[in-house]
Design a protein around this ligand. Structure first.
Ligand code: GAP
Length: 457
């Protein structure tokens, strides 16, 4: 993990936030290549799940919604983590994560009343004692009584900062889809089943952010609320299970052996779902969730209907029936997929004494790297750059030796490198170098864009 973090920082994928002010712990900025990698994954998600489908539509809601949305959704009352402090070294922890870690790494058995972050606080206090859970920092076993800590980030609207002006930054994109459900259904004249998709920032005041960009307080989600007739929810769940896997493997290019799909136990289900499974990725620090696929039933629509006193039901004209649709929700974390792509691609090629990112060309931030063999023919290479950059995100580089430039390109995961020398160029050709095999091929300039396009698929 340390190597991946170092490469990410040195090569411009991810920087620590506010670096010139001495950093803010666990906050990260995406640099030039990280931004493009993230945009590519997001755009592929939009292409697969909005552009190529006839049943899904995209919306873009406010980050700050009416606070009543979060009361109705159950987030104000129930979106809380169990917080405890180590009495010896004063470090702060999520009590359920301490227990989970112990259960994963030892033979300890979970007590029957253990329900993850949903466990009653007094019972969880006792479980910490009974299992002799240790503080990860000082290895002592003495914790303060658990306090429930609401994860929503608060803010104030207008000129006063009293409770009347209190609002929240959204902790998930999803409520926008529920609140706008009736508007979308009416204005799009869609029949069930259909999905409303959203990509954007969400905020959670995580107690223990960490593992690089895995758990942060500000992150991007890609969520689809897929509305179906009750009774058709199990089939839709199976459909989105397969579609999510296809996205991770065929589109983002993650190795299937690094993915697993596991159920969330009944007692640990979020307050809104009847059934939920996680797609986890095998990061160097262990398995970590990249998507939750949940059957939210009609929980949200009925909660908003009751709280707002507005009719959110759907009218099925064929069967002349009014009802609240059920919802299947594939909810992915964009930053976690970026991190998975970086971990999956990180390759140490000992034979050739190099490290490179074997990113799927579809997600690679820079598709083509253009370099003149010597600086003095830079003007020719810039013409090739102009030709290629009409179609692809390219980078031009004339600094340092060819070998050093290839090494840099490999670490950024650029699939194709075009070198220009005057002899080849005079004959209308350039040389294409392939990142993974390091093989080279002479290609005619007139065919170059088509050649790259063909290999990008
Ligand atoms: N609307 C449902 C929902 O938000 P979730 O499991 O809480 O479900 C969905 O979040 C996805 O969002 C997670 O699988 C994860 O990929 C991402 N995510 C959640 N909290 C995160 C955090 N603090 N940092 C980065 N990504 C996060």
């Amino acid at each position: 993990m340390k190597d991946i973090v170092n490469l990410s920082q040195n090569r411009g994928f991810v920087y620590q936030w506010s670096e010139i002010y001495g950093w803010l712990a666990n906050s990260w900025d995406y640099g030039p290549y990280g931004s493009l990698l993230k945009e590519n994954i997001k755009n592929l998600w939009l292409k697969e799940f909005v552009q190529k489908r006839t049943d899904n539509m995209l919306i873009d809601c406010s980050l700050i919604m009416n606070p009543k949305v979060w009361e109705a959704s159950g987030h104000v009352g129930g979106f809380a983590d169990p917080l405890t402090d180590c009495r010896e070294c004063n470090t702060r922890h999520r009590a359920d994560k301490l227990v989970d870690n112990l259960l994963e790494t030892t033979d300890a058995v979970a007590p029957a009343n253990y329900a993850g972050d949903k466990t009653d606080s007094a019972e969880l206090d006792q479980i910490l004692v009974d299992l002799k859970v240790e503080c990860p920092s000082c290895k002592k076993s003495s914790f303060t009584p658990i306090k429930k800590f609401n994860l929503m980030l608060k803010t104030f609207l207008g000129v006063t900062d009293d409770s009347a002006s209190q609002a929240y930054l959204r902790p998930e994109t999803a409520q926008g889809q529920f609140v706008d459900f009736a508007n979308v259904a009416r204005s799009s004249r869609r029949k069930l089943p259909f999905g409303i998709a959203q990509v954007g920032k969400s905020f959670r005041n995580e107690i223990t952010p960490g593992n690089f960009i895995f758990r942060t307080r500000e992150f991007e989600q890609m969520e689809i609320e897929y509305f179906v007739t009750p009774g058709e929810d199990d089939a839709a769940f199976a459909h989105w299970k397969a579609e999510s896997l296809r996205f991770f493997t065929d589109i983002v290019g993650l190795k299937e052996e690094n993915l697993r799909f596991s159920p969330i136990q009944k007692e640990e289900l979020p307050h809104y779902s009847k059934e939920a499974w996680d797609y986890d990725y095998k990061y160097p620090f262990g398995w970590g969730e990249i998507e939750t696929l949940a059957n939210r039933t009609d929980y949200d629509l009925s909660a908003h209907m009751e709280a707002s006193k507005q009719n959110l039901s759907y009218f099925d004209a064929v069967n002349n029936k009014k009802f609240l649709p059920y919802v299947i929700e594939p909810a992915m974390g964009l930053g976690r997929i970026v991190l998975a792509a970086l971990c999956d691609a990180y390759t140490v090629d000992e034979e050739n004494n190099r490290t490179y990112l074997k990113l799927d060309p579809k997600v690679a931030p820079i598709k083509v790297w253009v370099l003149p063999v010597v600086k003095k023919i830079g003007h020719l290479a810039k013409e090739v750059y102009a030709q290629l950059s009409e179609d692809f995100v390219c980078e031009y580089d004339e600094v340092s030796t060819i070998g050093k430039r290839y090494a840099r390109m490999d670490e950024i995961g650029v699939p194709f490198c075009i070198s220009i020398d005057s002899t080849n160029y005079d004959e209308g050709n350039v040389t294409v170098r392939f990142r993974d095999s390091m093989e080279q091929e002479v290609v005619a300039l007139t065919e170059l864009n088509d050649f790259i396009r063909k290999h990008l698929k």
